[in-house]
Design a protein around this ligand. Structure first.
Ligand SMILES: *Cc1c(COP(=O)(O)O)cnc(C)c1O
Length: 236
């Protein structure tokens, strides 16, 4: 099997899983945006996925994403940034990313806004999602704002020049059933939409928990392994 055939098969399987989950949840699969997480995989895979109809791709490290996005500049792709973003990487990340899923602190909002304004020109605002932590408060270090901080960060994004509030994003907690965690996320999504009706995105669900996320209302699923295969540990 060629790599293209392999990716085509995986993509078909993922689309079927999404369709099944939608059917069970009484939702329309058109409501779900599939974001292909291509971290650790080469630009050639991104090119093949684009050929198969993927338009949304995501990366979690700027050092890797920058060169990959540059290699794929000729393709009709929207790049999403889904990893922890340091403020000193914002300038580089906004060269390719139109959506940042991991906005979890006011300092990052100001850095993104400053860069979005500085680059000038007739560019679209950067779509920002507030990443919320679904971990217990004492679990630290996986990124994401505390739930009670979401409204404040959202309001800062709305006020920030060059940025648009797209919605909310979360990763299911480790070692816990994702269902209840995604229900908490759905509640936060509802509150966010009540305050900001245009902030419709709920980015949740990865290869292992996309059905649970769709059942709870996810609009964007971020799929790596199920599409591209297992990632090798990065040794450096
Ligand atoms: C890697 C990653 C994904 C994809 O995870 P898989 O389990 O490989 O589908 C989704 N979201 C984020 C934030 C990631 O870092």
């Amino acid at each position: 099997m060629t790599r293209e055939e392999e990716l085509a098969t995986n993509l078909k399987d993922v689309r079927e899983k999404i369709a099944d989950a939608c059917e069970r949840a009484g939702r329309d699969p058109q409501e779900i945006t599939l974001v292909a997480v291509t971290k650790t995989f080469p630009a050639s895979d991104v090119r093949l996925l684009a050929g198969l109809g993927i338009t949304e791709v995501a990366e979690n490290r700027d050092q890797e994403a920058g060169p990959k996005a540059a290699e794929c500049r000729d393709l009709p792709l929207n790049w999403h940034f889904v990893g922890r973003l340091q403020t000193n990487k914002v300038k580089s990340a906004l060269k390719y990313a139109g959506v940042v899923h991991s906005v979890d602190r006011p300092k990052l909002v100001s850095a993104l806004s400053a860069e979005a304004v500085a680059r000038g020109g007739p560019v679209e605002p950067v779509t920002c999602l507030v990443q919320v932590s679904l971990d217990p408060p004492e679990a630290d270090g996986r990124g994401g704002a505390r739930p009670e901080d979401v409204p404040g960060i959202a309001a800062e994004i709305v006020e920030a020049p060059g940025l648009a509030l797209g919605g909310i994003m979360a990763v299911a907690p480790l070692g816990e059933d994702p269902g209840p965690a995604f229900e908490r996320l759905a509640e936060l999504t509802k509150e966010l939409r009540a305050a900001h009706p245009d902030a419709t995105i709920m980015s949740a669900g990865m290869s292992g928990d996309l059905a649970e996320a769709i059942a709870c209302g996810a609009t964007h699923v971020r799929i790596g392994t199920a599409l591209l295969g297992g990632r090798r540990a990065i040794v450096r």
